[in-house]
Design a protein around this ligand. Structure first.
Ligand code: URP
Ligand code: ZN
Ligand code: ZN
Length: 483
């Protein structure tokens, strides 16, 4: 591994842009300064490049059972992630009914170990709450899994009721855990779906019809209300439009610790994709569904005004041919999910930074530092600072490409963003001091990724502790500035 110095690059943090050298010793950033001369260090020339912290994608589903099939595996998708500038993912370990949390974590780590090209941490999705599972929540936190996902939809398997959500909010709060919710009203979706199928409306378009934004906004509001009563922070994943964002905005304006994430597909794609002929709309079946085009601007505004703090890919990728086709005669059977981990940073740069919607600092905040802070991984991850892991992206703003499945590393036979032109792409990527992407090509081994233990009391607790004026209480990791 040895010593390396990154020279002549423009370092970008959430607050600054400056030219300095970065000295990496082994897997850590040792120092940052002007004109560093380190004998025997390998020099990496970053002239003309931005030096960004590796992206932290807090929302992925690798090898996840969904709709009777498995999403794309760690092996392909983490290489794609690396090429795209992501050095850490936080994947959802899904509890099978009857399984313990310990077994679930064990199973997910066994799948990832030796098969991941980048570092990973885990959330655990509780689908079957018992007294024993409640008792296990503190143990999961001790094992480094401090974020708990609850699905308010997917009645066929993963959905939980309000009682479960409330109990987990309360218990997780006791040990500094953060509850994340998939907010859609699963009961009503199920009724609408059955009605549409009875009427012979089986095509992909009706997936979106069965999941109107009001259904998402209602669940968002309910989850926020339950979190308020439980006095717990809450994180709303994959916010797809203004109605849900408004619920978060309102709660935050009253000082409630509510956090939100949106995804690239809600910023760059829209519901017209469901009208594609020959069942191609199935490629875009994800939940919540793609929305009307005007919602994209609403989401950019919610990002700018601080309602939404992070962007995650919700990468849950399937093949169009064998997998999406499971729902050829019934949209309910189309496995939900899409892809994006290879291209999200390029897209956000090309269509977010270059168009003036967000600054490059904000890009770093949304895709790296804020996810790391909220998920309890900061400052080990998500930061270019002394002592942090040397997870670094050397980003070339001049590289021009057109996205196509034919050239992708992602395992799927299609790409959500087929045909999108991008300008700006990672040139080199370092994972814990090791160059794993060189000139855009993956040169790492496929098994170097390590499990990263999340710390409890992440940034979601800052607002609570500031409110009580006891910032130090219960806080085991240091985070800077409430989000
Ligand atoms: O359609 C999606 N989003 N699939 C992945 C599971 C989830 O709901 O996050
Ligand atoms: Zn979800
Ligand atoms: Zn998801």
């Amino acid at each position: 591994m040895g010593k390396k110095v990154i020279k002549n690059g423009c370092i970008v943090t959430p607050s600054d842009r400056y030219y300095a050298d970065i000295y990496i010793d082994g897997d850590k950033i040792k120092s940052i300064g002007q004109d560093l001369h380190i004998p025997e260090a390998e020099i990496i020339n970053a002239d003309g490049l931005y030096v960004l912290p590796g992206a932290v994608d807090e929302h992925t589903h690798m090898s996840m059972p969904n709709g009777g099939t498995l999403s794309m595996p760690w092996e392909t998708e983490t290489v794609a992630a690396a090429v795209g500038g992501t050095t850490t993912i936080v994947d959802f370990a899904i509890q099978e009914k009857g399984s313990s949390l310990e077994d679930t974590i064990h199973k997910w780590r066994a799948r990832a170990t030796g098969n991941t090209a980048i570092d990973y941490s885990l959330h655990i999705a509780i689908t079957d709450l018992t007294d024993e599972i409640i008792r296990e929540i503190p143990l999961a936190v001790e094992q480094g899994v401090a974020t708990f996902k609850l699905f308010m939809a997917y009645k066929e398997d993963k959905m939980v009721d309000d009682s479960t959500l409330f109990q987990v909010l309360k218990k997780a709060k006791e040990v500094g855990g953060l509850v994340m919710v998939h907010a859609e009203n699963g009961d009503v979706i199920s009724l609408l779906q059955d009605q549409l199928i009875e009427e012979g409306k089986v095509q992909p378009l009706y997936h979106a019809v069965s999941r109107p934004i009001e259904i998402e906004a209602e669940a968002t509001r309910r989850a926020i209300a339950l979190a308020k009563v439980a006095e717990a922070p809450i994180f709303i994943v994959h916010v797809s439009g203004e109605e849900s964002a408004e619920e978060i905005r309102r709660a935050r304006s009253k000082g409630q610790p509510v956090y939100g994430e949106t995804c690239p597909h809600y910023l760059f794609l829209d519901e017209s994709y469901y009208d594609l002929p020959n069942f191609e709309g199935a490629k875009y079946v994800c939940s919540p569904p793609l929305r009307e085009k005007f919602q994209q601007e609403k989401l950019w505004s919610a990002i700018s005004d601080g309602t939404i703090q992070t962007i995650g890919t919700d990468h849950c990728s399937f093949n169009y041919k064998e997998q999406k086709h499971l729902g050829l005669n019934d949209f309910r059977k189309i496995p939900n999910g899409g892809n994006g981990i290879e291209n999200w940073i390029q897209l956000l740069y090309s269509y977010g930074v270059s168009t003036g919607k967000i600054s490059l600092n904000k890009l770093v905040e949304l895709t790296s530092s804020n996810p790391a802070k909220l998920m309890g991984l900061y400052p080990k991850k998500g930061s270019i600072s002394i002592g942090s892991d040397a997870d670094i992206v050397l980003f070339d703003p001049e590289i021009e490409q057109q996205i196509t499945a034919a050239k992708q590393k992602q395992g799927s036979d299609y790409n959500f963003y087929e045909g999108f032109k991008i300008k700006g792409s990672p040139r080199h990527v370092l994972l814990r001091g090791e160059v794993i992407v060189e000139n855009g090509s993956y040169i790492g081994c496929h098994s170097q990724g390590e499990f990263v233990k999340a710390q409890p009391y992440g940034a979601a607790y800052d607002m609570l502790s500031q409110k009580r004026g006891n910032k130090g209480e219960n806080q085991s990791n240091k985070v800077t500035g409430a989000l």
